[in-house]
Each structure stands twice: as structure tokens, then as C-alpha cells.
Design a protein around this ligand. Sequence first.
Ligand code: NAP
Length: 317
Amino acid sequence: MKDMEEKVEKLVIIGSGPAGLTAAIYGSRADLEPLVFMGTKYGGQLMLTSEVENFPGFPDPVLGPDLISRMKSQAEKLGARLVQDDVVRVNFRTHPFEVYTSPGVTRALSVIIATGANPRRLNLRSEMKLMGKGVSNCAVCDGFFFRGKKVAVVGGGDTAMEEATFLTKFASSVQVIHRRDELRASAALKKEAFANPKISFIWDSAVTDVIGDGKVQGVRTRNLKTGDEGELQVDGVFVAIGYDPNTEIFRGEVDLDSKGYVALHNGTESSVPGVFVAGDVHDFRYRQAITAAADGCKALLDAEKFVKQKLEVKIAN
Ligand code: NAP
């Protein structure tokens, strides 16, 4: 493995969604000369989103990938170095920190973790084919497009109940499809959903297929107790069956919470001083492009202070 020992980066950013790229934009302007490991599949969840209507500054809808491309250009224009390598391992038990990619090891005074989270999938080919064409993982992002339409929400947790309730602002009906006959969601969210006349429940059922050619027209379901098959006509399917944070490479290096998200200790700092965190990799609650971007800014401001102190100590010595 190539050793780039001669050079110590001031800041390495891992991840290239709105959190990582905002940190890169701010980091460039703060003269931290950020090196961003974007990953081979760069851009995060926005790359799977169609139109974004709620990102400030874009009165006309912008496509998710276009928004990422603009953020990338802005970061590059300001001097950030963006590379498409995947980080395979980190060592935060030494300082400067070590970040391993296939070309070699990079040493850094500070690191921002912005690797995001992946929404869990039903693992249906039709789900992926119709993603952004009626299949969505985000009611706040896409609910608006379903005014007066029928939608289904898959899942029985807090997210599913929040999404179902939110969607009733726009949709004419919301059918929640859950694989058991009992919700996992908290009492308050359950109560709210049960009390909403627009929400109905299909229990003990799995979605076996999303129907539609170019856009969603319905779903096929199977009752897991009786085996009965059913078909539901809907214009949208919101898959809300949880998220998996991308934290595998950080296990044992920073504290993770019980669900695998990076735990914050001090502002945006992880359990390791000098390693900061931004976006969905720690935030399972808000999960918006704009909140991730704001997080990236906050993490950078914290990293900037940390690096400044390190450099001052180095000069004093
Ligand atoms: P979650 O709690 O893991 O719930 C996922 C739901 O999807 C469960 O009902 C699960 O069914 C179902 N599910 C999982 N895999 C499935 C599959 N392959 N096919 C069909 N159904 C499947 O995830 P979440 O609702 O996204 O919440 C994540 C965390 O964020 C939780 O700790 C939650 O409390 C928190 N959160 C809090 C708020 C809030 O406080 N306002 C809002 C959102 C989320 P089973 O029930 O059968 O396992």
C-alpha cells in the first residue's frame, strides 16, 4: 500500500452528499484545502431523487443529481480536491489520522464523516425501476407531488407513521401496509395515525411487486398469514422500513449508538477529538438535504477550530 507520509492533509472529508460537499465548500474557503473521498457511487441519496422543490434558492424544481453536480462544481471551483475513491479502512487511534483507500493511506489532522445512510429497500426489481417515478423514501421531499392521489406507505415504525400522517396533507387516501398486525411505532405517532380518517391499514402483508410502466399504478400484496394475494391501485409507494447508516468502516474507531449511527459527544464531534460528523450518518431524525448541508457547515466550523489549534501547537513547538 502506497504511503503518502510526506504529506499530512489538514482535512479529509469522507462522503459526497450535501453534508460532505457543504463541508468541502466551507473548508475550501477556510483554507483547509479539503480532500474529499466521494466514494465510487458518489452523491448519496439525492442521486436517486427526481425533482427537489424544497431546497432554498431553487424556485424551479432541480433534479437531485443536478443539485449534487452544482455542489460538486462549487466545491471544486473553490479549491476542494474531490476524488472518487472508496475509503476501505480508517485508523483514528493515531494522530494524524489514517484514511485508507485503494491508492494508499492518507494522513489527516482532522476528518469529517459524512457517509450518510441508505434507506432499506424491499429488494424488488420493480421498486428500483420506479424509484423517483412514484416510489419514494421521503414523504417530505415528494409528498407534494401526490395531491389528490392515492398512496401506500410500507412499514410500521415511527417513520412510516410520520410519513403516512404527513402524506394526508396531500393525498386523498393513505394505505399503510405492514408485515405484522402490530405497529412498532411509538404510542403518540400510532394514536395520531389511527385517528386520521384518511389513513387505513393493511395488516400482516408484504408488498411483492410494484406495478407500473414508467410510473407507479399499484402494488401487489401477499397476506403473510393466509397467503392471499391482493392488488392495490395507488399512484405512489413510500417505502419507510428503516435506514442503515454507512458506518461499517468506523466500527471500533468511533462510538456508534445502538442502531449503528455515529454518536455525537461535543457539538458535531465524535468520540474521537478531531473526527467530526455531519448528515444522516448520525441524524436519523431530520434526514433532509438542507439539514445535512447545515450539518456539514457546522462540522466544518468545528473542524476548522480543531485544525487551527493543532497548527498553532506545531508552530509553538
Ligand atoms: P424502524 O423503527 O426500524 O421500523 C422499520 C419498520 O419497517 C418496522 O415496522 C419493520 O417491521 C418494517 N420493516 C423492516 N424491514 C422490512 C421489510 N423488509 N419489509 C417490510 N417491512 C419491513 O425504522 P424507522 O421507523 O425508520 O425508525 C428508525 C429510528 O428512528 C427509530 O428509533 C425511531 O424511533 C426513530 N424515529 C423517531 C421519530 C420521532 O421520534 N419523531 C421519527 C422517525 C424515526 P417490524 O415492526 O415487523 O420489524
